[in-house]
Design a protein around this ligand. Structure first.
Ligand SMILES: NC(=O)CC[C@H](N)C(=O)O
Length: 423
């Protein structure tokens, strides 16, 4: 059986290779890792290594490239989601990062027209263990490789993703350089990885929309699970720090009319629109590198009900006087247990963040509403006196479980209470 799923012909028999991992030192501080193929008679890998991932700790990982070619620097993070690679690729919060999927088999469902979380892929690149040589799904429109190549995003496969993940868990996040350019030496790539840092950079301005616009799309009927349907209509201004479309769809499904505004939209202009509530979205990079956004949040707090998600939660934490810090390797995946401290319920949540709010730095009156059960970090905040709620994780999932969808209903209820008080 032959397939052209990867843009070239390969027989399925070719794929029955057995791989092992080994590494060679090129200097006392630098090791080269290569996945070797112990092919049986008549079996061969369809492609030899043509890319390198060089990490700032000096390790060098030989790999096979797919998608775009070139040289790219970024921070490597591992994502433990089993499904939903297309939503992950289009989540703008991954700008400046290489996403390494711990699920070893990626690409089997291809990509489709519906699972986009933004209009672009902003991530630095994709790192996977095994790229599916065939693509099969009723919604599939094209292969993952073609999709990445068209969007100029680099991908590598045949990498020992488990070994890199263990390294990141043990030593913390690492910057890396991915390259298909043979003219660059290992030393040059290593130097590149050591002279770049994601900390302190404003990545939001590169992913936010350029002008305000209305959003009307709800979750499609086939996928909808808000059985009550929208009640009253509330007008929300949503700050786009790199907003995922499913946040907007879920708000629309709960009956919100939404005006999406760029990250630099002044608070005074937002308040002139007289919204029932304001949403501060997810977004990429270091939350302490965007003081202008914290200032905007500060100028809105207390005036209307607000909801912060991920980056939005971190900006709210700072606007309230708290501090954010960089975690060792963050949370990225669809299997993070969170306890809602108000109800005692445990939710399995979708998460994607490398920074967190330090609750010890928050002023009195601010309540920690949720904690991550893996490491006890702050996963949600509320400040009832100022009608503020926020989550460090993703109630819109996409990809991930829907346990936390109730947060959108709670935001609508917050706006409803506000209307009753001001009537
Ligand atoms: N998903 C997000 O909004 C991520 C927030 C922030 N960039 C972090 O890594 O913590």
């Amino acid at each position: 059986m032959a397939t052209k799923a990867l843009g070239f012909s390969v027989t399925l028999n070719d794929f029955s290779n057995r791989f092992g991992s080994n590494s060679r030192p090129i200097s006392p501080k630098v090791r080269v890792f290569t996945l070797t193929c112990s092919a049986g008679k008549g079996e061969r890998p369809w492609k030899t290594s043509d890319a390198r991932l060089v990490l700032a700790d000096g390790s060098i990982w030989n790999a096979k490239s797919f998608g775009a070619s070139g040289t790219q620097v970024g921070e490597v993070v591992f994502n433990t989601s089993l499904t939903g690679y297309q939503e992950i690729l289009t989540d703008p919060s991954y700008a400046g990062q290489f996403v390494l999927m711990t699920n070893p088999h990626i690409g089997n469902t291809g990509v489709n027209f519906d699972d986009e979380e933004s209009t672009q892929c902003f991530l630095a690149g994709l790192v996977i263990r095994s790229l599916s040589i065939s693509t099969s799904n009723w919604r599939c429109a094209e292969t993952l490789g073609d999709y990445l190549a068209e969007r100029n995003i680099m991908g590598i496969y045949d990498v020992d993703t488990r070994a890199i993940t263990r390294r990141l868990r043990q030593d913390g996040s690492l910057v890396g350089v991915l390259s298909t350019d043979n003219s660059k030496s290992d030393g040059e790539l290593l130097q590149m990885s050591r002279s770049w840092d994601i900390v302190g950079i404003d990545l939001i301005s590169g992913v936010s929309c350029k002008s305000p616009h209305e959003w009307v799309d709800k979750t499609k009927q086939d996928w909808e699970f808000n059985s009550k349907g929208p009640g009253e209509i509330f007008h929300i201004v949503a700050y786009d720090f790199g907003i995922k479309h499913n946040i907007l769809r879920r708000l629309a499904s709960y009956g919100c009319k939404i005006t999406v505004v760029p990250s630099t939209w002044p608070a005074s202009e937002t308040l002139k629109l007289n919204p029932d509530g304001v949403l501060f979205s997810n977004g990429p990079g270091d939350p302490s590198a965007v003081p202008y956004a914290v200032e905007t949040v500060k100028n809105i707090l207390g005036k209307v009900p607000v909801f912060g998600i991920c980056m939005g939660h971190q900006l709210l934490g700072q606007a309230l006087g708290g501090k954010t810090f960089k975690m060792k390797f963050g949370h990225h995946g669809g299997n993070h247990p969170v306890r809602n401290l108000r109800t005692g319920h445990v939710e399995i949540s979708a998460q994607n963040h490398n920074y967190a709010v330090d609750p010890a730095t928050l002023p009195e009156g601010v309540e920690v509403t949720h904690i991550n059960l893996n490491d006890g970090s702050c996963a949600g905040l509320a400040f009832p006196a100022q009608r503020i709620m926020s989550l460090q994780y993703h109630p819109e999932a996409s990809p991930g479980p829907h346990d936390s969808d109730y947060a959108f209903r709670e935001f609508v209820e917050l706006m409803k209470r506000e209307n009753v008080h001001s009537a």
